[in-house]
Design a protein around this ligand. Structure first.
Ligand code: AMP
Ligand code: GLY
Length: 429
């Protein structure tokens, strides 16, 4: 079968890598892809927001499955257009994508379905938002309603910061995304991601993973798209895991009935906070996590083509996931300056040597080939160095050994991925 993956990050390289392993995959395309996907698939230069261009490509190349990586095309209804033309698509329709596309929609969905989450208020004028903030006091969380590329959330420690964040939203800092504002109670506890395959109202949990959002060691510095991740998550108790699985089942079931009916066939990502009252949802995403995917898919023992086709075709009864007992740790190699401004075009060396280490795979995030065929940096997050091991420590050591072998000018990384988890739950107190 010919398969088309949409996207260009480390997540899409990991998805393409897992699909490539399947004997069922014939020609694999990634649009637009990156330097890593080019090695295992054919990169194609199509605008992934352009449904018409996608439709003609799919017909011309006889594509039997389209996998949509990022949220923006899902929110824009690319899955709807392809599905209406009879193409099997992995990814929810636009209604389902509202769970990520609108924080207000997502909060209403949770409230109506008794899904544990932070208490909140929703406002479309600045004055009532400010009044609510003053009444609740700090710390408090201010969120622009729409997609703001991960930048629309402020965890305000002081009333002053909270008021400034409300003002920034209504002042157009996030464009239309900020014309409605969601204000939430500030929850506490470690965060944990649980991604699930969802089809026909049924949820199939993947392995849990824990991301590291801050740029620098010790959870310091600005928020990023994620600097490292591991799976499974040793600090999660069995009770917490059971509760997260059950919350995701409730959420999946709710996508299959009124008033939130959606054609949900894809990944539903539960971003949890393990609060003293139990796991609560911080946010839903309607796609695979980046970088969570890079540690979750290497642990999946099923053929990903089988699983994704069953999801795309609504065949929930055909899904039975199997996970390896391996531990997976991934460290992000970023460009100096990320998440602020950074330079591109630095030559990357040492990936082959790194991949010779046992259990090591390097997924590319922001890379490309220059005219001389050299691999160069092309983004803030450049590479995801992933290592599997029999123990957490082994996976961690291998990942860092591999990171040492890879070099490019301005290589930036965190040296403490997984360190807190090794110290146990007390490290979060
Ligand atoms: P989001 O874009 O909704 O995932 O928020 C980004 C980050 O802000 C999350 O990963 C949390 O670390 C933090 N955050 C969001 N909402 C809350 C909340 N209600 N309480 C505490 N932290 C939050
Ligand atoms: N790792 C966070 C995300 O994918 O949104």
């Amino acid at each position: 079968m010919n398969i088309l993956v949409l996207g260009s990050g480390g997540r899409e390289h990991a998805i393409a890598w897992a699909l490539r392993k399947s004997p069922k995959t014939d020609v694999l395309y990634v649009a637009p892809g990156n330097g890593g996907t080019a090695e295992i698939a054919e990169n194609v230069d199509i605008d992934i927001a352009d449904s018409e261009a996608l439709l003609s490509f799919v017909a011309e190349r006889m594509i039997g499955l389209v996998v949509i990586g990022p949220e923006a095309p899902l929110v824009d209804g690319v899955a709807d257009v392809l599905r209406a033309a009879g193409v099997p698509v992995f990814g929810p329709n636009a209604d389902g994508a509202q769970l990520e596309g609108s924080k207000a929609y997502s909060k209403e969905f949770m409230e109506a379905n008794s899904i544990p989450t932070a208490a909140y208020g929703r406002f479309s004028d600045e004055e009532s938002a400010l009044a609510y903030v003053r009444e609740q006091g700090a710390p408090i969380v201010i969120k622009a309603d729409g997609l703001a590329a991960g930048k629309g959330v402020v965890v305000a420690e002081t009333l002053e910061d909270a008021e400034a964040a409300v003002h920034a939203c209504f002042d157009g800092a996030f464009g239309d995304a900020g014309s409605t504002v969601v204000i939430e109670e500030c929850m506490t506890g470690p965060e944990c991601s649980l991604l699930c395959f969802v089809t026909n109202g049924k949820s199939f949990p993947m392995a849990p993973a824990q991301d590291h959002k801050r740029a620098y060691d010790g959870d310091l510095g600005p928020n990023t798209g994620g600097m490292g991740v591991y799976s499974p998550v040793p600090i999660v108790t069995d009770d917490e895991m059971a509760s997260m699985v059950s919350i995701m089942e409730d959420a999946a079931a709710a996508t299959a009935r009124a008033p939130f009916t959606a054609d949900y066939r894809g990944t539903l990502y539960g971003g949890f906070m393990l609060t003293p009252e139990g796991p609560k949802i911080v946010e839903f995403n309607v796609r695979f996590g980046d970088p969570e995917t890079q540690v979750v898919l290497p642990r999946l023992e099923n053929d990903l083509v089988d699983v994704m086709l069953a999801v795309a075709e609504g065949r929930a009864d055909d899904i039975d996931l199997k996970w390896s007992d391996d531990w997976a740790v991934s460290v992000v190699l970023a460009s100096d300056g990320y998440p602020g401004s950074y330079e591109k075009g630095k030559v990357i060396l040492g990936i082959e040597e790194a991949e010779e280490l046992p259990g090591v795979t390097v997924f590319h995030a922001g890379t490309k080939r220059n005219f001389d065929g050299e691999l160069i940096t092309n983004g803030g997050r450049v590479l995801n160095v992933v290592a599997l091991g029999d123990t957490f420590e082994e996976a961690r050591e291998r990942a860092y050994e591999a990171c040492d072998l890879i070099n490019f000018e301005g290589k930036q990384l965190r040296h403490d991925i997984g360190k807190k988890a090794l110290q146990g739950r007390a490290a979060w107190e």
